[in-house]
Write a protein that binds this ligand. Structure first.
Ligand code: FES
Length: 217
């Protein structure tokens, strides 16, 4: 039908117009097809995302008996074992995982955990009591404005490595219950009691202390 409207033009212009018309029609067809495919793919993604968000327990705080699994890197999703923790740091970033349902509690960023292995002789008394073979776990969420604590670097106020939040440079010493040693953070990181059995780490109790930031970023 559309092609008929070009019949009044010269044969030269017709031969030039036809390919253009065909190309335009083809382009439209492709666009529609790609649009439909993209919509389908997107629907698939959002369904998947909703399914992940909706997994029962995925946003609950760590529960006693939860396993600890890597939250990033090549080993993401695999259990954190004693052998994975280098003595003296750096920390491993982990999520709690329900061993019965296999649900990883990653729907809440407040559940991310730092696990570090230190020399027990370096720990203060209270921290040593909670450590398992020098291993400690803390919330990975800065108590200042809730950024993730991502760095393990030499402190600005000493010669030891510390946890550091790069948003506003707060530093926490894991040897002393993750107390604040530098920066604007108002309180220490919440601590998570651990258990170690057959080389694998698990959660031994609820967070000690408040998790999350004191003010909006
Ligand atoms: S959010 Fe970490 S220092 Fe501000």
């Amino acid at each position: 039908m559309a092609r008929a409207s070009f019949n009044t033009t010269s044969s030269r212009s017709e031969s030039a117009a036809e390919p253009e018309l065909d190309a335009g029609t083809e382009q439209t067809r492709r666009t529609l097809l790609l649009g439909a495919l993209a919509t389908t793919a997107c629907l698939g993604c959002s369904t998947e995302a909703r399914a992940g968000e909706d997994a029962p327990g995925s946003d609950e705080r760590p529960q006693k008996g939860d396993l600890l699994v890597f939250s990033e890197g090549d080993q993401e999703g695999k259990p954190v074992t004693l052998a994975d923790l280098a003595a003296g740091g750096p920390p491993v970033h982990a999520w709690p995982k329900d061993p019965k349902t296999s649900v990883v509690r990653s729907a809440s960023r407040l559940n991310e955990i730092l696990i570090i292995r230190l020399d027990p002789a370096e720990l203060d008394e209270k921290t040593r009591e909670r450590a398992v073979d020098g291993i400690l776990a803390y919330s990975a969420i800065c108590s200042h404005a809730g950024c993730p604590v991502t760095a393990w670097v030499k402190s600005d106020v000493g010669d030891k490595d510390v946890f550091k939040c790069m948003c506003h440079n707060s530093e926490y010493d894991p040897r002393a219950g993750a107390q604040v040693v530098f920066g604007p953070a108002p309180r220490r990181l919440a601590a998570l009691p651990l258990a170690l059995a057959d080389g694998s780490l698990s959660v031994a109790g609820n967070f000690i202390g408040k998790v999350g930031g004191a003010q909006p970023g």
